[in-house]
Design a protein around this ligand. Sequence first.
Ligand code: C2E
Ligand code: MG
Ligand code: MG
Length: 767
Amino acid sequence: MQKINKIALTAAVCLAAALTAMNIAFRIPEYTVLILICFAAASIISAVIVLLCIRHFEKERIIRERENILRMMHSLNTMAVLWDSDFHYVEVNAALTRSIGYTSEDLSDIKLLRKVLPPDAFAPSLQAVINSRDEEFAVTAKGGAKVSTIWNTSIVSTVQDKKRNSCLMLSIGLDISETVMMKEDLIKYSKELAESENRYTLSMDLSEIGLLLKEPGRNSYYISDQLMNMLGLNVSEISEGVLKARFYPADIMTFNALQAAMVNRHLAADSGTIHSTEFRMLSADNTYHWYQFRYKITPAESKLLANIGGAIIDVTKDKEKDLLIEKMAYIDDVTQIYNRNKFMQIGQETFECSADTNRSYWVIVLDIDNFHIVNDTCGYQNGNKLLAEFGRIIERSVNSGGFGARIGGDNFALLIHDNGDDELPERIIHKIQSEIRDLFSDSHAMQTITCSAGYCKMSDGGNDFAQVLDHAEFSLSLSDGSKSDIIRYDNKIHDRIIAGTALENELAAAIEKNEMVLYYQPKINLSDGSLMGMEALIRWVKPDGTVVPPNQFIPVAENSMLITKISAFVLKEACRQNKEWQDKGYPPVTVSINLTAVDFYQTDVKEAIQNALEETGLDARWLDVELTESLALKDIDHAIQQMKDIRDLGVKLSMDDFGTGYSSLSYIQVLPITLLKLDRSFIMYLEEDEVSREIVSAVIKIAKSKKIETIAEGIETFGQAEILKRSGCDHAQGYFFGKPMPADEFEKFMSSKSEHCRQIMSVETAD
Ligand code: C2E
Ligand code: MG
Ligand code: MG
């Protein structure tokens, strides 16, 4: 500004001097020449002044314009470079330095910038820039990584130079790495798609339909050229044995069924029908392919036998898709063999065919003895490993024909063709038993794994496959579940099932005649021997005075829904009785009732409990509901919701028979229970068996850490009570303290004998 002032001042002085000189010269006529000279000088000086001012303001404008551009550029969130056409001036913004890791000082080094932005990144000439569309290229970040970008350049300011026009250009860039990646993926996928489509078209072109035909009385099958190619055979007639040998072992049953159909007049008469079946066969590429066989059975001349023939198509691809869907519905996750659903489906199909084809089958059900001990001592994961190994053994045992599945927890089942040999099922079971024993004799040093089995013949009775399976399962339930028992369903067992139905009728009548009575068994607080509660246990007292224990009728009641009537009685009576004792002045204690899965899942338990409490006036905190673990696990999500609903009423919840299930510990955390009842099987050997003691103590610790109280059931000796007390168990129940007794007897117990328990526990266990 000072400089311009000086120039302007000098110019003004010169102009003033020129004008003064001109003025003087005007007055002297002979100075005309001088006048002209002065006039010219004044004009030149004025022009210089104007020029200087224009240049100055132009410079100022450029500076302001540049400042504005810079401000705008730095406020951008996208990358930006400002440059002149010769790269004499370059500025980069913060978004660019952030993206590529260089500082703006680094990038002021034009050499580096040229490295970062490829030299051909921007159009070489001004006109090219103006004409250019978006430029897409990779910028090299510090460290060498490439950042995919797209740039757009525009002229933001023009400068009139001495020699030529110069300009400022602003390039704005966007990081398009993700878009580029997506684009690349898209290209890759579309290429793959095109390839697979080509493959598909090719395979469609090459697809062939084979023909298979057998005439009655011949021991060989005729196969067409296409089928020869498909199977990799070079003869057009093969024996039954060779064809059968190509069948996948688990599909041999299908082959047998086809053979059987040949000699069946009933099917042969149905000559118009096209049947369809699927099986796997060893194929030309030495792998098993799935084939669909659409065939007809036509009567032969003899009328007793039939021709069988039809088309065979390779359906491996479709089958793979089907198998995936089937896997989700029918394959057991733990063992990877079929599950109960599939077993029932195949079983029912076989059942229906067996009448037509005059063939019979064996149904075998196996149970791993004391499986819960493996889970509890070796952990859930090892339990699963054992199940998986068992699954493999089952699969191997049906390799030569048959069907195997895991039908529940530690239960497996087999469907085997009956070849007339009555000893076949036992031989198969013995083989499985010996395989499982050998397999785990080393790795599970703590015990030998055994399994028990029940089995029956399909033709031995039953209206459908479900009933046949029931018979096998019923036989299994008669085994003692601990020592490789094998029980065949026979007439005696049949009679017992019939008796069960009779019992059901008798029980229904007994409920109507009010023959159900509640007994009460004390629950003792182990710390001081005081009475903390009682369990209401049902008894059926017949008119002649015979007392039937619940184990003999509860299972029957459960199967027939009579249980809902029994449970409604127990709930109401237990609440009423407890309230009566409280009203009589006995110290308030909790009464526990047992519920079954039927009560729990098929009735509105919450409402029933609420009504019972309201009707009897018992406070919710004095009622405890005992549920078994297997009940809770039937449908865990539903169970948790039901349990929460019950807890919301203020009622307590106990996990009964804890340890008899097979996934015990892992579920404690998710179930909203207040008390854990350790099963009697843990307590029985407490005094002699170190392992039992360790398990019990570990379970108590875990429960404590989850703030769940523990009670041990089945205490028969003082020794057991003492060990439990020392292990930190809170409560106990068992014959040692008191057997289940009728209400009047229990009342006497409360008034006198419970004091006795208090004395034993406080005196004898005092340290
Ligand atoms: P639970 O709920 O585990 O009941 C405990 C069973 O163990 C009772 O058998 C009881 O008499 C027996 N017990 C208690 N202490 C000892 C002992 O020290 N030694 C021996 N050896 N046994 C002992 P109970 O009363 O025969 O009941 C058997 C099962 O029947 C019960 O097992 C329960 O599952 C069911 N049950 C009993 N009452 C009812 C009921 O009202 N409703 C339902 N749904 N089930 C019931
Ligand atoms: Mg119970
Ligand atoms: Mg129990």
